[in-house]
Ligand binder design. Structure first.
Ligand code: ZN
Length: 240
Protein backbone atom coordinates (compact mmCIF):
# COMPACT_ATOMS: atom_id res chain seq x y z
CA UNK A 1 0.00 0.00 0.00
CA UNK A 2 2.91 2.36 -0.65
CA UNK A 3 0.78 4.63 -2.81
CA UNK A 4 -1.56 5.53 0.06
CA UNK A 5 1.36 6.84 2.01
CA UNK A 6 2.53 8.73 -1.04
CA UNK A 7 -0.88 10.32 -1.56
CA UNK A 8 -1.01 11.31 2.07
CA UNK A 9 2.38 12.99 1.82
CA UNK A 10 1.40 14.77 -1.37
CA UNK A 11 -1.84 15.99 0.20
CA UNK A 12 -0.01 17.27 3.26
CA UNK A 13 2.50 19.03 1.05
CA UNK A 14 -0.10 20.83 -1.02
CA UNK A 15 -2.18 21.96 1.95
CA UNK A 16 0.94 23.29 3.68
CA UNK A 17 1.80 25.26 0.54
CA UNK A 18 -1.73 26.59 0.31
CA UNK A 19 -1.61 27.76 3.94
CA UNK A 20 1.76 29.44 3.44
CA UNK A 21 0.63 31.07 0.22
CA UNK A 22 -2.73 32.30 1.42
CA UNK A 23 -1.47 35.18 3.55
CA UNK A 24 0.21 37.93 1.57
CA UNK A 25 2.20 40.67 3.25
CA UNK A 26 3.53 42.99 0.55
CA UNK A 27 1.24 45.07 -1.63
CA UNK A 28 1.53 47.87 -4.12
CA UNK A 29 -0.42 51.09 -3.41
CA UNK A 30 -3.36 49.77 -5.46
CA UNK A 31 -3.64 46.72 -3.20
CA UNK A 32 -2.12 44.13 -5.54
CA UNK A 33 -0.06 41.48 -3.75
CA UNK A 34 3.67 41.59 -4.50
CA UNK A 35 4.38 37.89 -4.18
CA UNK A 36 8.04 38.27 -5.18
CA UNK A 37 8.76 39.74 -1.74
CA UNK A 38 7.11 37.00 0.33
CA UNK A 39 10.47 35.28 1.04
CA UNK A 40 11.58 38.60 2.56
CA UNK A 41 8.61 38.60 4.89
CA UNK A 42 9.24 35.03 6.02
CA UNK A 43 12.80 36.01 6.93
CA UNK A 44 11.48 39.15 8.62
CA UNK A 45 9.06 37.09 10.67
CA UNK A 46 11.79 34.59 11.57
CA UNK A 47 13.92 37.44 12.88
CA UNK A 48 11.30 39.72 14.46
CA UNK A 49 8.34 37.44 15.13
CA UNK A 50 5.20 39.38 16.05
CA UNK A 51 7.07 42.65 15.43
CA UNK A 52 7.13 42.03 11.67
CA UNK A 53 4.42 44.29 10.19
CA UNK A 54 1.71 42.04 8.70
CA UNK A 55 1.00 44.35 5.75
CA UNK A 56 3.64 46.45 4.03
CA UNK A 57 3.01 48.76 1.08
CA UNK A 58 5.82 49.05 -1.46
CA UNK A 59 5.70 52.19 -3.53
CA UNK A 60 8.10 52.99 -6.35
CA UNK A 61 9.18 56.62 -6.09
CA UNK A 62 11.32 59.01 -8.06
CA UNK A 63 13.44 59.94 -5.05
CA UNK A 64 17.16 59.32 -4.85
CA UNK A 65 16.97 57.33 -1.62
CA UNK A 66 14.78 54.43 -0.57
CA UNK A 67 12.80 55.29 2.54
CA UNK A 68 10.46 53.82 5.10
CA UNK A 69 7.36 55.22 6.77
CA UNK A 70 6.71 53.61 10.15
CA UNK A 71 3.33 55.28 10.60
CA UNK A 72 1.85 53.58 7.55
CA UNK A 73 4.16 50.54 7.20
CA UNK A 74 5.09 51.82 3.78
CA UNK A 75 8.34 51.52 1.84
CA UNK A 76 9.49 53.79 -0.97
CA UNK A 77 11.98 52.30 -3.38
CA UNK A 78 13.69 54.20 -6.14
CA UNK A 79 12.61 53.37 -9.66
CA UNK A 80 15.95 52.49 -11.24
CA UNK A 81 16.62 49.36 -9.22
CA UNK A 82 16.61 45.97 -10.87
CA UNK A 83 14.28 43.31 -9.50
CA UNK A 84 17.07 41.47 -7.67
CA UNK A 85 18.30 44.71 -6.12
CA UNK A 86 14.72 45.55 -5.20
CA UNK A 87 14.52 42.45 -2.99
CA UNK A 88 17.51 43.68 -0.99
CA UNK A 89 16.08 47.20 -0.75
CA UNK A 90 12.68 45.92 0.37
CA UNK A 91 14.40 43.71 2.95
CA UNK A 92 16.49 46.64 4.21
CA UNK A 93 13.52 48.97 4.59
CA UNK A 94 11.33 46.21 6.07
CA UNK A 95 13.94 45.62 8.76
CA UNK A 96 13.62 49.30 9.68
CA UNK A 97 9.85 48.92 10.10
CA UNK A 98 10.21 45.83 12.29
CA UNK A 99 13.08 47.34 14.31
CA UNK A 100 10.90 50.38 14.97
CA UNK A 101 8.26 48.03 16.40
CA UNK A 102 10.62 45.95 18.52
CA UNK A 103 12.34 49.04 19.98
CA UNK A 104 9.01 50.88 20.43
CA UNK A 105 10.29 53.66 18.19
CA UNK A 106 13.79 54.16 19.62
CA UNK A 107 15.49 52.71 16.53
CA UNK A 108 14.93 55.88 14.50
CA UNK A 109 16.47 58.16 17.12
CA UNK A 110 19.86 59.60 16.21
CA UNK A 111 21.63 57.73 19.05
CA UNK A 112 20.34 54.31 17.90
CA UNK A 113 20.43 54.70 14.13
CA UNK A 114 23.81 52.98 13.81
CA UNK A 115 22.20 49.80 15.17
CA UNK A 116 19.14 50.25 12.98
CA UNK A 117 21.11 50.81 9.77
CA UNK A 118 23.62 48.13 10.71
CA UNK A 119 20.92 45.55 11.29
CA UNK A 120 18.98 46.54 8.16
CA UNK A 121 22.13 46.22 6.05
CA UNK A 122 23.00 42.80 7.45
CA UNK A 123 19.44 41.57 7.04
CA UNK A 124 19.18 42.80 3.44
CA UNK A 125 22.36 41.04 2.41
CA UNK A 126 21.38 37.87 4.26
CA UNK A 127 17.98 37.73 2.56
CA UNK A 128 19.40 38.45 -0.89
CA UNK A 129 22.06 35.75 -0.52
CA UNK A 130 25.00 38.14 -0.46
CA UNK A 131 26.03 37.96 3.16
CA UNK A 132 29.44 36.30 2.88
CA UNK A 133 30.81 38.96 0.52
CA UNK A 134 29.02 41.74 2.39
CA UNK A 135 30.40 40.73 5.77
CA UNK A 136 33.98 40.61 4.50
CA UNK A 137 33.53 44.02 2.85
CA UNK A 138 31.86 45.63 5.86
CA UNK A 139 34.35 44.31 8.41
CA UNK A 140 37.30 45.46 6.31
CA UNK A 141 35.92 49.00 6.05
CA UNK A 142 34.99 49.10 9.74
CA UNK A 143 38.40 47.76 10.75
CA UNK A 144 40.08 50.57 8.79
CA UNK A 145 38.01 53.10 10.72
CA UNK A 146 38.89 51.34 13.97
CA UNK A 147 42.61 51.74 13.13
CA UNK A 148 41.92 55.49 12.86
CA UNK A 149 40.14 55.49 16.24
CA UNK A 150 36.91 56.36 14.43
CA UNK A 151 34.87 53.51 15.93
CA UNK A 152 33.56 54.81 19.24
CA UNK A 153 30.08 54.60 20.71
CA UNK A 154 29.79 58.34 21.26
CA UNK A 155 30.74 58.92 17.60
CA UNK A 156 28.30 56.45 16.03
CA UNK A 157 25.58 57.57 18.43
CA UNK A 158 25.68 60.93 16.68
CA UNK A 159 24.61 59.28 13.44
CA UNK A 160 23.71 62.55 11.72
CA UNK A 161 27.32 63.59 11.94
CA UNK A 162 28.88 60.14 11.53
CA UNK A 163 26.97 59.35 8.36
CA UNK A 164 26.02 62.85 7.26
CA UNK A 165 22.25 62.86 7.04
CA UNK A 166 20.66 64.44 4.01
CA UNK A 167 17.05 63.86 3.18
CA UNK A 168 17.15 65.60 -0.16
CA UNK A 169 20.34 64.01 -1.44
CA UNK A 170 22.49 67.10 -1.05
CA UNK A 171 25.30 67.20 1.45
CA UNK A 172 27.96 64.59 2.13
CA UNK A 173 27.53 61.07 3.40
CA UNK A 174 30.47 59.00 4.57
CA UNK A 175 30.92 55.63 2.89
CA UNK A 176 32.01 53.92 6.10
CA UNK A 177 29.06 54.64 8.41
CA UNK A 178 26.80 51.80 7.23
CA UNK A 179 29.57 49.17 7.23
CA UNK A 180 30.61 50.32 10.72
CA UNK A 181 26.99 49.91 11.84
CA UNK A 182 26.93 46.43 10.30
CA UNK A 183 30.17 45.57 12.08
CA UNK A 184 28.46 46.29 15.41
CA UNK A 185 25.79 43.71 14.54
CA UNK A 186 28.48 41.19 13.56
CA UNK A 187 30.32 41.88 16.80
CA UNK A 188 27.11 41.10 18.70
CA UNK A 189 26.34 37.89 16.79
CA UNK A 190 29.91 36.55 16.63
CA UNK A 191 30.84 37.31 20.24
CA UNK A 192 27.53 37.28 22.10
CA UNK A 193 25.42 34.90 19.99
CA UNK A 194 22.95 34.93 17.11
CA UNK A 195 20.15 36.24 19.33
CA UNK A 196 22.17 39.12 20.77
CA UNK A 197 21.04 41.85 18.31
CA UNK A 198 17.38 41.12 19.00
CA UNK A 199 18.01 40.92 22.75
CA UNK A 200 19.80 44.24 22.54
CA UNK A 201 16.96 45.89 20.61
CA UNK A 202 14.40 44.66 23.11
CA UNK A 203 16.57 46.02 25.92
CA UNK A 204 16.64 49.40 24.15
CA UNK A 205 12.84 49.32 24.19
CA UNK A 206 12.94 48.58 27.92
CA UNK A 207 15.55 51.16 28.89
CA UNK A 208 15.74 53.83 26.18
CA UNK A 209 19.47 54.00 26.79
CA UNK A 210 22.39 52.28 25.07
CA UNK A 211 24.47 51.71 28.18
CA UNK A 212 21.52 50.45 30.20
CA UNK A 213 20.56 48.16 27.31
CA UNK A 214 24.08 46.72 27.29
CA UNK A 215 23.84 45.99 31.00
CA UNK A 216 20.41 44.43 30.63
CA UNK A 217 21.03 42.30 27.54
CA UNK A 218 24.78 41.60 27.65
CA UNK A 219 25.68 42.11 31.31
CA UNK A 220 28.39 44.60 30.43
CA UNK A 221 28.61 48.35 30.71
CA UNK A 222 28.98 50.71 27.77
CA UNK A 223 32.75 50.94 28.13
CA UNK A 224 33.10 47.16 28.04
CA UNK A 225 30.77 47.02 25.05
CA UNK A 226 32.85 49.56 23.16
CA UNK A 227 36.10 47.83 24.10
CA UNK A 228 34.70 44.47 22.98
CA UNK A 229 33.64 45.88 19.61
CA UNK A 230 37.03 47.55 19.09
CA UNK A 231 38.88 44.35 20.00
CA UNK A 232 36.70 42.41 17.56
CA UNK A 233 37.61 44.84 14.74
CA UNK A 234 41.28 44.97 15.73
CA UNK A 235 41.46 41.24 14.92
CA UNK A 236 40.25 41.78 11.35
CA UNK A 237 43.24 41.40 9.05
CA UNK A 238 43.51 44.17 6.47
CA UNK A 239 44.47 43.68 2.83
CA UNK A 240 46.94 46.31 1.67
ZN1 ZN B 1 18.37 52.19 6.04
Amino acid sequence: MWWRGLLFVLALGSSANAAAGSAQHYFDPAGNALVQYEPVWRALHDAFGEHAPPRIIVQVSGGQFSQFDTRHDRIYITAEYSESRAVAIVAHESAHLAAHNVTTGYSTQNQFRFIDEGYASVFANRVSGNEVAFKAWALEIAARQQRKDNVRLHLVQDWRTYWGSSRNGRGQQTEYAYPVGASFIYYLTDIHGAEAPMRFMKAIADTGDLHAAARLSLEMDGNELEAGWITYLAKVALQD
